[in-house]
Design a binder for this molecule. Structure first.
Ligand code: FE2
Length: 424
């Protein structure tokens, strides 16, 4: 967090980060420190530049931070900024600021907690639906591989089940974590991508017909890979340029197969064709730009990239949900449609559900939900107390309701000594 170690002796304030910020500023501590974006207030000024990260300056020295600057950071999911500067403000201004911080709005976390409990009840259902969907996708892939016609009936059935399940449990994707992907990751990946794409579809308030088109297209997103030689798709070492060029033909193979063998409609087959196009025109196969890429494909591209990061592959280790999200945000408006990315972020939060986090009191827990307008202050189910002792009863802390708590670090399972599958 942003607080220097030597500030921890301010006993009367150490339960309240807002007060600590104020004290810190007043005393003019002057070395690089992090400040949470949610602690920023319009009107603040620092006597040295403020940075988003080591490469990007947020605002120059002595420039007043405006409301829209803070909104911009929030919009892009930046959780903290850094500066070596001192806050330039009068004592009165700081007192006012602390007062406002203390009056933070009350937040009803009960809804999120009850939706998490609902989620737990649906875990078995998810596993069953996922297994069936993988089988249906696998059957279509086999047909395509053999250039045989196919009917998407089983896919449609699976899709209905997925949509029904997600309708009342948007966060059910939490349990995709740890599912056994079996021998063929392609099917597993396609089904997972469908969950994330539908999450965006729900966020965009798609009617059922559009959700179905989007979902069918993402279930068949990599159908064209069935036409790529297995020695390439299963290769453990780095691909040669020639092999990579072959992989890059899978959207075209997929599109043709869906249209010719499955009589899949254009708008759906286009998802397969365009899912590797990028918003800035640097994708393939056609280098389409912006809205030339179909909206469905722009959604699929985000879902596809996110999913690819959070799973293990022979050539790379999986990333934490949090880091995958940050990476996506950093690619931002170049690679993805910024509006759709924002919808995905609002659904996932900066700390996606399932993230393991350490709090300022040294307790450790997992994120179980968050409110769209509080992406940096999720609801956390605590697993360990400050002494690393496991809580025996369910203990939930709602950061929007508890201004004295804040996240200090995102941990992986090993660091935290937590097996996610055991603690959900
Ligand atoms: Fe692909």
């Amino acid at each position: 967090m942003f607080l220097p170690e030597d500030m921890t002796d301010h006993k009367e304030t150490d339960k309240n980060p807002a007060k600590l910020v104020a004290v810190c500023f007043l005393e003019g501590i002057s070395y690089m420190r992090k400040i949470q974006v949610e602690e920023l207030k319009p009107g603040m000024r620092f006597d040295k530049p403020v940075y988003i990260d080591s490469n990007n300056i947020f605002i120059g020295a002595n420039i007043t931070i405006k409301e829209e600057d803070i909104k911009k950071l929030m919009k892009w999911g930046v959780s903290d900024i850094e500066t070596a500067g001192k806050l330039i403000a009068t004592k009165e201004e700081i007192i006012q600021y602390v007062k406002r911080a203390e009056e933070s709005s009350a937040f009803d976390s009960r809804k999120i907690i009850s939706s998490y409990n609902n989620l737990l009840k649906n875990r078995k259902r998810l596993i069953e639906i996922h297994r069936k969907a993988c089988k249906a996708v696998g059957d279509v892939y086999s047909a395509i591989k053999n250039s045989e016609p196919f009917m998407p009936d089983d896919l449609e059935l699976s899709l209905s089940e997925i949509i029904d399940l997600m309708k009342d449990n948007h966060n059910i994707f939490l349990f995709l974590y740890g599912l056994d992907e079996g021998k063929n990751y392609l099917m597993f990946h396609s089904v997972n991508v469908t969950f994330y794409a539908l999450l965006i579809g729900f966020g965009l308030k798609y009617p059922p017909a559009k959700l179905r088109e989007l979902g069918l297209g993402t279930l068949l997103i990599d159908a064209g890979m069935a036409k790529i030689p297995v020695y390439i798709t299963h290769k453990q070492s780095t691909l040669t340029e020639q092999e990579f060029n072959l992989i890059k033909t899978h959207p075209i193979h997929g599109y043709r197969s869906l249209r010719e063998l499955g009589k899949i409609k254009e708008s759906v087959a286009n998802i397969t064709l365009q899912h590797h196009e990028q918003f800035d025109g640097t994708g393939y196969p056609r280098g389409l730009k912006g809205n030339m890429i179909s909206e469905y494909a722009r959604i699929a591209s985000i879902a596809d990239s996110y999913e690819a990061q959070i799973v293990n592959r022979s050539y790379k280790k999986k990333q934490l949900f949090y880091h995958a999200m940050k990476h996506l945000i950093s690619l931002g408006s170049n690679k993805f449609d910024p509006v759709i990315l924002r919808v995905f972020m609002s659904k996932m939060s900066v700390y996606p559900i399932g993230s393991i986090v350490a709090l300022n009191d040294k307790s450790v827990g997992i994120v179980i939900g968050s409110a769209p307008d509080k992406p940096l202050r999720p609801i956390i189910k605590l697993i360990f107390d400050a002494n690393k002792k496991r809580f025996e009863e369910t203990k939930i802390v709602s950061l929007p309701d508890e201004p004295s708590f804040f996240i200090t670090k995102v941990l992986d399972e090993k660091e935290a000594g937590i097996n996610l599958l055991e603690v959900f």
